[in-house]
Design a binder for this molecule. Structure first.
Ligand code: MRU
Length: 362
């Protein structure tokens, strides 16, 4: 997608030195587009942990390049296994991380150490290119849902939570891909962007992305989503996900479950967009078996933004003596999910339909 007319991906190999890895530091958005250069395994691990890069598919792609950076220094078995371990420990919930590391590990383990650097860069680039193609397919498949709504009314109102746009993937996004395609096709689409406390991925990232692409949107407090659904102002909910189980339970940014409940109560279709790399075929029960990341409570007790004098400021909003808790994700049971938008098409959030659509992976 473009930033002020220039096409970007969210991660790429530096054009000049051809080995370091460039990312857009997402902790600086929307106030600055800071293109950071990462040169070591540890820098990449930090970038994932501290959420300079984030979003399940981008976490996977970043980890793949983290392995490549490690192999550049040392292609031994010990270095490979250490790189895989360090990266696997960065964030626990998004299964794309383990998916990408497994793929890198099995590609590299069978090669001689001296072959591993080149092969790692090649495999990481493949993971990125495939992600772009897969998300474009998700966009085309999800577009059909928006086109259907557009037959009945001029403006289609879509609610989304968190950021599942192009900067959460390598390009296009998952939940936002159908929205970009609908906008580009001339459909009058308007997006309710939930701010997504505590880190505000909606207010800071989704609003920024949509604005850069010229998509009509309105930022709302997380608590306002149900109200707009009750008043018939949401035609569809589309969200992304960090892990989907065999039976279609969906883990996504904290607060997603509440939107699914409101959507069901108001007969609003609740769709989840995902690449097949987000499906964890090893588990069924999302509530029991998906590890939920607990992040620092300072994400809850403070907020960062631009002060009136233009400086970036972090302020505390909770009494200093009050404890806080910060689960980063929640699980929406499959029964609340209208359907899944995948690269192979739309399907029900059930084990038979998922395993039929992905019989080669399940
Ligand atoms: O903690 P984050 O910002 O990495 O969480 C991101 C989300 O919850 C996204 O909805 C999900 O990763 C899908 S991204 C296409």
């Amino acid at each position: 997608m473009k930033i002020d007319g220039t096409p970007y991906r969210s991660i790429w190999v530096d054009e000049t030195d051809r080995w370091s890895v460039r990312i857009i530091d997402q902790t600086k958005l929307p106030w600055a587009v800071d293109l950071v250069r990462l040169t070591t395994l540890d820098e990449m691990a930090h970038a994932i942990r501290a959420m300079l890069v984030r979003g399940a598919p981008l976490i996977g792609a970043s980890a793949a390049y983290g392995v490549a950076l490690a192999m550049r220094v040392d292609g031994s078995d010990a270095a490979l296994s250490q790189a895989l371990d360090v990266l696997a420990a960065t964030r626990p919930t998004a299964i794309n991380l383990l998916w990408a590391l497994k793929r890198m590990g099995s590609c590299l383990a069978k090669l001689k150490p001296e072959m591993r650097e080149a092969a790692a860069y090649e495999e990481a680039a493949k993971i990125c290119d495939e992600d772009v193609a897969v998300n474009a397919a998700i966009g085309r498949n999800g577009l059909a849902l928006i086109e259907e709504k557009a037959k009945a009314k001029k403006r289609v109102n879509i609610l989304t939570h968190c950021n599942a746009g192009w900067i959460a993937t390598v390009d296009w996004g998952t939940a936002l891909a159908p929205i970009y395609m609908a906008h580009d096709a001339g459909i009058d689409v308007h997006v309710w962007v939930e701010e997504t406390r505590p880190r505000n991925q909606g207010a800071s990232l989704t609003a920024w992305e949509l604005g850069k692409h010229g998509v009509n949107h309105t930022v709302i407090a997380d608590n306002a989503g149900g109200h707009f659904m009750q008043h018939g102002e949401v035609d569809l909910v589309i969200v992304g996900t960090d892990r989907v189980t065999r039976q279609g339970d969906v883990c996504n940014k904290i607060g997603t479950y509440l939107k699914a409940l409101s959507a069901q109560d108001n007969n609003v279709p609740f769709w989840v967009a995902l690449p097949s790399s987000t499906i964890d075929w090893t588990i069924r029960d999302g509530l029991a078996d998906i590890p939920i990341e607990e992040r620092a409570t300072t994400e809850v007790t403070t907020m960062t933004g631009r002060a009136m004098d233009g400086s970036i400021a972090t302020v505390r909003i909770v009494p200093t003596s009050s404890p806080a808790a910060n689960p980063a994700f929640d699980v929406t049971p499959a029964r609340l999910v209208t359907g899944l938008i995948t690269e192979r098409g739309l399907c029900d959030a059930t084990e038979p339909t998922l395993t039929e659509l992905f019989s080669d992976l399940a």
